[in-house]
Ligand binder design. Structure first.
Ligand code: PEP
Ligand code: MN
Length: 362
């Protein structure tokens, strides 16, 4: 079936504004046939709004498949014609920006390995000066929000109006479950700082494997993300890159259909009132918790004074272990996880030590 679909600036704008925005396509464009078949099978799901494909691939080791290069751009152009889906490609250099634009790529994205490098981001930004093209910016591989924000600023400064963020997880030492630890709190903080920018989740590069894609996507949707970018391949096991994390277009459709799509807001007055009441209770409890913590610090200061008079060290390891053990037992009975208790008491302990130190140094 040979249909010719027009993708205009308006179509791209409408797609950009879609919520949830679902972007899918192979990790890498490999052959013309693979790109066209993937695109058509993705379009047939009726659930995908934009087509992605890696043309230039930043690989960890030399000798791995580094992308088909500009030769693959006409394939994407053809895929767009056949499906009517706007396209998006990763760019890391000024030349790649020019090549992508020459072949009418509709949306550009900056990859995680590029966001870490201000020189590269600036080069890409300079190539975007005066060009009206939307840009998605992936988080840097290392968990550094300043670097991510810096990339956004560089791209915004050259006049790019439509900027979106992609959360693809972060490298962490010793992390096993995920290929890139999601560290959801960092993406949430980035969203809090930039409420006007859309936030897309990339579960493929977070998970690095197929079996936990759905739960990761569900979590993103529960956290009110604006969309998802998921890798899809017609023959995932034989993909030339990221074989373990890709799914067929049909499997993608099944996963998308299993997601429970939640609304951020519903109109019902009763719902809002109930929610408001619960939120007030939370505020009230948070106020009380802070009061109690402040009292706890005052007692710590008294202990500090006492230690000073008797010339004893601040840190008493035995006492600290005793506090933690006590809290684990108690926490377990009232539904607080060991992980939370550990983090909470670590923070309280540090603050206590600081209070005591102030007293002892005075
Ligand atoms: C990709 O999307 O295929 C890719 C290389 O992603 P990232 O920049 O997140 O590693
Ligand atoms: Mn990939």
């Amino acid at each position: 079936m040979q249909t010719i679909e027009q993708v205009t600036k308006e179509t791209v704008q409408q797609t950009w504004d879609k919520r949830p925005l679902i972007i899918s396509g192979p990790c890498s464009a490999e052959t013309e046939q693979q790109v066209l078949e993937t695109a058509q099978r993705l379009a047939a799901t009726g659930s995908v709004n934009m087509l992605r494909a890696g043309i230039w691939k930043p690989r960890t080791k030399p000798g791995m498949f580094e992308g088909i290069g500009a030769k693959g751009l006409p394939w994407l152009q053809q895929a767009k014609k056949l499906t009517g889906l706007p396209t998006t490609v990763e760019v890391a250099t000024g030349k790649q920006v020019q090549d992508a634009l020459t072949f009418d790529v509709d949306v550009l994205w900056i990859g995680a390995r590029t966001t870490v490098n201000p020189f590269s981001v600036q080069e890409v930004a300079d190539a975007l000066r005066g060009v009206e093209v939307p840009v998605l910016i992936k988080n840097p591989v290392n968990p550094d929000l300043e670097l991510w924000s810096g990339a956004v600023e560089r791209v915004a400064r050259v006049g790019v109006k439509q900027i979106g963020l992609i959360h693809r997880g972060f490298h962490t030492y010793g992390n096993t479950e995920y290929r890139n630890a999601p560290m959801w709190h960092l993406a949430i903080e980035m969203k809090r700082r930039n409420p006007e920018l859309m936030m897309i989740n990339d579960p493929s590069h977070i998970c690095g494997r197929r079996d936990i894609l759905l739960e990761t996507m569900q979590k993103a949707i529960d956290l009110d993300y604006d969309g998802l970018m998921i890798e899809s391949h017609i023959d995932p096991d034989n993909a030339w890159s990221d074989a373990k994390q890709q799914v067929t277009p049909e499997r993608l459709k099944e996963i998308l259909d299993s997601i429970i799509w939640r609304k951020e807001d519903i109109a019902s007055e009763a719902f809002h009132q109930a929610l408001e009441k619960l939120r007030q209770q939370i505020n009230h409890l948070d106020d009380e918790l802070m009061q109690i913590l402040s009292q706890r610090m005052k007692i710590a200061e008294q202990i500090g004074l006492y230690k000073k008079e008797n010339n004893i060290t601040i840190l008493q390891t035995n006492r600290w272990n005793e506090i933690l053990e006590r809290a684990f037992v108690k926490g377990d009975k009232i539904g607080l996880s060991k992980e939370f208790i550990t983090k909470y008491f670590d923070a309280v302990h540090m603050e206590s030590i600081n209070h005591q130190k102030k007293v002892m140094d005075s």
